[in-house]
Design a protein around this ligand. Structure first.
Ligand code: FES
Ligand code: FES
Length: 160
């Protein structure tokens, strides 16, 4: 076992965990943050995406050992990125309003990938959206509504 200290959604944690345990499993099992989903478990689908020190990563591929001292944001912490007391981040609101989620398995990862994309390109064109979400697969929506949700979120953020 190893002692790992990390900050998740603004809360510091000190954990005794096997060093090679996947970050995905630490989040879901040790911290009960079950919003992060497992799809493929092989780094292909993006369902398990989280922000690790501001970078988008597949948490199924990250041994917790590599997160010592890191700052992590999961879907449970996204609303707080919009400001204290917010119930939904504008990206979440736009996914809701534009039908960007159906079964919901891909949605937490899509929302974190969208957040990462809009940090880089506040007003992305369609090809930037397609590229920014290329690592996140959706079996349900056909992507059109997801892309519409991302465009709406960019407009909402841009009008602030
Ligand atoms: S579960 Fe991690 S990329 Fe699919
Ligand atoms: S909403 Fe079902 S996989 Fe995307």
């Amino acid at each position: 076992m190893s002692t790992i200290t990390l900050t998740v959604n603004g809360e510091p944690h000190r954990l005794e965990v096997p060093p090679m345990k996947r970050l995905l499993d630490v989040l879901r099992e040790d911290l009960q943050l079950t919003g992060t989903k497992e799809g493929c478990g092989e780094g292909e689908c993006g369902s398990c995406s989280v922000l690790l020190n501001g970078d988008l990563v597949n948490s199924c591929l990250v041994p917790v050992l590599q997160t010592e001292g890191a700052t992590i944001t999961t879907i449970e912490g996204v609303a707080d990125l919009a400001g204290p007391g917010e119930r939904l981040h504008p990206i979440q609101q736009c996914f809701l309003e534009h039908g960007g989620a159906q079964c919901g398995i891909c949605t937490p990862g899509m929302i974190l990938a969208t957040h990462h994309l809009l940090e880089k390109y506040p007003q992305p064109d369609l090809s930037q959206i397609q590229e920014g979400l290329a690592g996140n697969l959706c079996r349900c929506t056909g992507y059109t509504r997801i892309f519409a949700a991302v465009q709406a979120a960019a407009r909402m953020e841009g009008s602030k």
